[in-house]
Design a protein around this ligand. Structure first.
Ligand code: NAP
Length: 242
């Protein structure tokens, strides 16, 4: 039977590109969404025109019972989960002094707890068959830090720490765990940047271009077929940070 993958935050941005790429590789996809129901439906319809069928599933990944429902649905329908892509995430641009407890709790819940909780719910089924591939989308800010992005950067560094530790713990069970840490990628998350700011980021990037969601999806496509890579943080950033 084909491999089965859950992609969190799969209806738009980087997650959408990952869903499209893996679905075209004949992998059965459960594309998770939270607020973007319309976009998730459209994506499903578009892929159906290529004779590709995907499942879409609404779940707030910061809530365990909703994650559990998504995992239960997948197991009931397909009997296994081979690949988990923890992609869902939110941004937060604030001066450190202005971050409230509520801001902190929210971003930690959505960006970091979600990875803990989704991975915990999924790996029971990977441990059963001693096989699995988990890819967490962190960020270059988790490596180099970002001004006015302390909480965001902390969650992303936390994801990389979780990736490395889990890779050691799950390696003997043949479950590979890696992070992809993107640099600037052209998605809704970066809408707030002006044309001039984007131009400046481009100029500061050795490859003198802005990343596209497909650039991340290509690396994932390679990683899901790999056999000997685990515990790595792969930063795809056009050379912005070397
Ligand atoms: P985006 O376009 O803003 O998309 C964010 C995705 O996360 C959406 O699909 C959204 O789903 C989902 N999401 C947010 N909160 C959720 C929740 N509570 N439950 C389930 N899904 C949730 O951002 P993006 O650029 O594609 O980002 C994807 C990942 O890459 C994030 O983890 C981000 O931190 C990381 N990243 C992005 C960049 C960049 O430059 N774009 C750089 C480094 C890292 P709904 O719309 O359905 O709610």
């Amino acid at each position: 039977m084909e491999r089965v993958a859950i992609v969190t935050g799969g209806s738009r941005g980087i997650g959408r590109a990952i869903v499209e790429d893996l679905a075209r590789k004949n992998i059965k996809i459960i594309a998770n969404y939270n607020q973007s129901e319309e976009k998730a439906r459209k994506l499903k319809e578009e892929l159906e025109k290529e004779n590709i069928s995907i499942d879409i599933f609404k779940a707030d990944v910061s809530k365990r019972e909703q994650v559990k429902a998504m995992v239960d649905y997948t197991i009931k329908k397909y009997g296994k989960i081979d690949i988990l892509i923890n992609n869902a995430g939110i941004d937060q641009e604030k001066m450190f002094q202005d971050i409230t407890d509520e801001d902190w709790d929210k971003i930690v819940k959505v960006n970091l707890y979600s990875v803990f909780c989704t991975t915990q719910e999924v790996i029971k089924y990977m441990l059963n068959k001693k096989d699995g591939c988990i890819i967490n989308i962190s960020s270059i800010y988790g490596i180099s830090g970002g001004s006015c992005a302390v909480a965001y950067s902390a969650t992303k560094a936390g994801i990389d720490g979780m990736t490395k530790s889990l890779a050691k713990e799950l390696g003997p069970s043949n479950i590979r765990v890696n992070s992809i840490a993107p640099g600037y990628i052209n998605t809704d998350m970066n809408k707030r940047y002006s044309k001039e700011e984007i131009e400046q980021i481009k100029e500061e990037t050795p490859l003198v271009k802005i990343g596209k969601p497909e650039d991340i999806a290509k690396c994932i496509e390679w990683l899901v077929d790999d056999n000997f890579t685990t515990g790595q943080v792969i930063s795809i950033n056009g050379g912005w940070e070397i």
